[in-house]
Design a protein around this ligand. Structure first.
Ligand code: ADP
Ligand code: MG
Length: 153
């Protein structure tokens, strides 16, 4: 399939990508954020959630231990961090499917439950690129098409 890239020279540009993606997000969409520790997954997620909340100062704690943090934003958004998931099946106990019925999901460490994510999941990989990062967007279907348009902004 199609793979699109955007260069993120600094933290501001990672946040900017999150803001752009927020504008195209719809209920039911799943954005999977892949990348090593320190790649910028939480930076992107925080900016996206703050944009949906229309609150630049909103506290967006990392759901490292709670595994999921939900926000009652314009489009409800559920921020998952699956790093500490003990088994892939545990994602069902977190109410993943129910969350998608009325909201969107951001998923850090999607590798932990890959088989449980919908086929329409939009994958965003963040990789080191010099002092900055490279964002690689891939997927299929309308959610990917919308994300692709916002990537091109
Ligand atoms: P993760 O959640 O993937 O572990 P974080 O977002 O918590 O990563 O941390 C990423 C770190 O890298 C932060 O210190 C942030 O300032 C920095 N950072 C984010 N995006 C970029 C970028 N495009 N270029 C350089 N540094 C970045
Ligand atoms: Mg993180």
């Amino acid at each position: 399939g199609l793979v699109l890239e955007r260069l993120l020279a600094d933290e501001t540009q990672t946040a900017r990508l999150g803001e752009d993606l927020a504008l195209s997000l719809r209920p039911g969409d799943v954005l999977a954020l892949k990348g090593d520790l320190g790649a910028g997954k939480s930076t992107l997620a925080r900016a996206l959630i703050r944009t949906l909340a229309d609150d630049a100062g909103l506290d967006v704690p990392s759901p490292t231990f709670t595994l999921v943090q939900s926000y009652d934003t314009r489009i409800p958004v559920h921020h998952f961090d699956l790093y500490r998931l003990s088994s892939a099946d545990e994602i069902d106990e977190l109410g993943f499917d129910e969350a998608l019925a009325q909201g969107a999901a951001l998923v850090e460490w999607p590798e932990r439950a890959e088989a449980h994510l919908p086929k329409t999941t939009v994958l965003i990989e963040l990789v080191q690129h010099g002092d900055g990062r490279l964002a690689r967007l891939s997927g299929q279907g309308p959610a990917f098409d919308r994300a692709a348009r916002s990537l091109a902004m």
